[in-house]
Design a protein around this ligand. Structure first.
Ligand SMILES: [Zn+2]
Length: 86
């Protein structure tokens, strides 16, 4: 199951297996966000997923500024995962 960041913020940590950065990728998307798009990080048994490993969303580097950035983090949860089989 994939969820948008703001829907799952409360239940992060334990259940999140991995996450990636998702830019909107339309004509308004700046190059900083384009570069960060699809950046992915997954936790392992020894090392849980670290949100800090992903570029920030909203992106501090966003050329439109943090307040105009529309990028989000998308998380994958342990329960229904099957990571690697998108
Ligand atoms: Zn952005």
């Amino acid at each position: 199951m994939w969820g948008r960041a703001r829907e799952v913020a409360a239940k992060q940590d334990e259940e999140v297996q991995g996450g990636f950065y998702s830019a909107v990728m339309d004509g308004q998307t700046c190059s900083a966000c384009m570069d960060a798009d699809q950046a992915y990080n997954a936790g392992t048994q020894d090392q849980p997923f670290q949100l800090e490993e992903l570029p920030g969303a909203p992106n501090p580097e966003c050329e439109g500024g943090v307040n105009r950035c529309r990028c989000i983090h998308v998380y994958q949860f342990y329960r229904e995962s099957g990571l690697g089989t998108k």
